[in-house]
Unconditional design. Sequence first.
Length: 469
Amino acid sequence: MSQPDASVLQGSRVPPYDEAAEKGALGSVLLDAERILPLFIQQGLEPEAFYVPAHSAIYRGMVELFRSGTAVDPLLLGTHLRGTNQLEKSGGAIYLDRLIDATPTAAHAEHYAAVVELEWLKRKVISASREAESVAYEHSDETADELIARAQAPFLNIHHDQRIGDKHAAWERVEQNIQGAMRGEVVGIPSPWSTFDRETGGPRRGMVTALASKKGYGKSSLCATWMHYLASREDPIPVLGMPFEDGEELTWLRMAGIESRVPSFMASMGRIDDGQYAQLSNNGRRLIERPLYLLGRRGMTIDGIKAAAIQYKLRYDIQALFVDAFKDIRREWRDSNSEDARISCGLCDVAEMLNIAVIVVHHIIKSGGKEDDDGVPRDLTVEDIRGNFRIIDDARMVNILQPQLLDEDGQEFKPNRLQCARNNHGPTTTVPLEFEKQFNHFFERPPDACQTEDEDRPEWSRTMDEFDG
């Protein structure tokens, strides 16, 4: 029978494991496979939980037989292990019989499995500690927060892996969600636009939502509006924004401008009076005391984003992460398609592991939104978004910020709109929005809203038309 590899030892210390418990768990399966093996699998017991290589191979063979619909007994298991060239590594057919002899009863199977899992957990903690040690040596040029987040990540992965599916608890959560929806609560992350929430249920926790549009249509302003709303509600929702494109300072200024009704662009140019400045300053200082956090350093990799999200989840219990934008995440591989897929999968992992909603801004760089053959401007579509950017395929909800469309006389025939173009968990919808560009603020447009004539608009508002929000 194979013994543990001595290379895994550190000095003279043997990693934690309980050989007797491992034998007892395997012997219990051989005594009563029909009852015990499904129980082990449901509880999440994996072959890697067995430290002795022979025991790991035997249990893997048991699971393979079970999943193929074949009965599990010493004879069939021996035949299977022989066919996969694992029988001799597992101690031979005689060792399978000894496992039965070493197990007095299968009644203690759950106890054996619990001991095996506990020892496995100890080994994972030791491994995570070594990873944290390596982080300290290999990432010494990072900030303190980044370093701590990276060091914590392996331990959070352990916690995530230890979660065992509980069908009763899962159904209780389903009932709670339904009851909340019946009371008018939003199933996902709420938005400032009630029609959008009512029709779509909002971006779901544990999943990625994409927000796409062309350059200059106001995606960053829409994110600022949304983040400001979440943190400023009567029951605020902690949110982390990663404004890679515009940076932290501009994003804070935009949100303070939304709150103060002071044009952020004019403020940045010094074209506001003392009263407006006092209002902007006071509201900005109140804003930064809310559960709203920004981390907008360009050049972050997907691993850095993961580490930061973990840190803010542990420290502030964030419920939503806004990433603006997907294109600004640093690529580390030369193969752009593979790297985009890796980044997209990484964002999905963050959403699922931390159970937060991840909203990712995506730029449309194709010719979407151009005029049709009849000269009428057309809306952006999901087909305009597609390309090498895997995030659109992985997102469970895809929203498109549609621009205001004007006819040849300059008259509006379609307003700004937030279109839910794809929703894997409910219907799609389109919500008309009013964009106050001077305040970087999107609000839901009343059905009977009318346009303001240009001559009735203040000078600074007309100036803002030249500013890319």
